[in-house]
Design a protein around this ligand. Sequence first.
Ligand SMILES: Cc1cc2nc3c(=O)[nH]c(=O)nc-3n(C[C@H](O)[C@H](O)[C@H](O)COP(=O)(O)O)c2cc1C
Length: 258
Amino acid sequence: MNETLDIIHNRKSVRTFQDTPVDTETVNTIINTAMRAPTAGNMMLYSILEIEKQDLKDALAKSCDNQPFIAKAPLVLLFLADYQRWFDFFMASDVPAYCKAESIPLRYPGEGDLLLACCDALIAAQTAVIAAESLGVGSCYIGDIMEKYEYHRELLNLPQYTFPVALLCFGYPTHSASTRKLTPRLPQTAVHFKDAYQRLDKTALADIFAGPTPQTYYDNTTNLGQHIYARKFAADFTIEMTRSVKKAIQEWIKTQSS
Ligand SMILES: Cc1cc2nc3c(=O)[nH]c(=O)nc-3n(C[C@H](O)[C@H](O)[C@H](O)COP(=O)(O)O)c2cc1C
């Protein structure tokens, strides 16, 4: 182990924060460290929106599946997949005139560009998480930001070629948050293959999911697979996320020509 590995191995999501604000210097260190993350072609296809206003934090706490701790987080950063900046630059650089002169169609951002921009945004987000952790600042991702696309777009003035892929709450952990146990992980054999993907049979699946089970199973379910299916995979929030992401993709590719 070394200091970097210690930080990564001891990180845990923090959902209760001390009132202590995260000062500007620390915020800037977190952000400019995130900006050292690798990005596709060094295009930095992301933006970071710092949510400062309390009424916006309150609105996000509600819209992100009613998670009040979002409103109490001293620092809230939204990581956006962002092709808008580059596409605006293409337009400002007379790319349409170039395409016309060359008799080639003007290309608009497509699904691949969206996924690539999501990769950039998420790698930057996780770099921010580790930077913060190294400074004693805890964090928690909020995946529900991908729900209610139309509402979030309006609330935060998000243009067409942006997509809110990760919301991160940051703050100094309370004693109980910093002393809680690490969450378990699947065994390495479940996730690490060599050269070809290996699907697991029923026995192997039973083995890798043989860890701790919930104290009570959700809604008439009787085993872990059924529990996670009902509680997560087929839950209302997941169904809303799928609707919302589909809408966001439709919006993103509206003007796509190739
Ligand atoms: C993409 C993503 C979305 C998440 N969304 C939420 C969320 O909406 N609310 C929450 O409390 N935790 C959320 N988490 C945190 C996970 O629940 C947490 O990472 C997981 O349980 C493992 O715990 P650990 O981070 O403490 O190791 C999210 C994590 C990720 C990576």
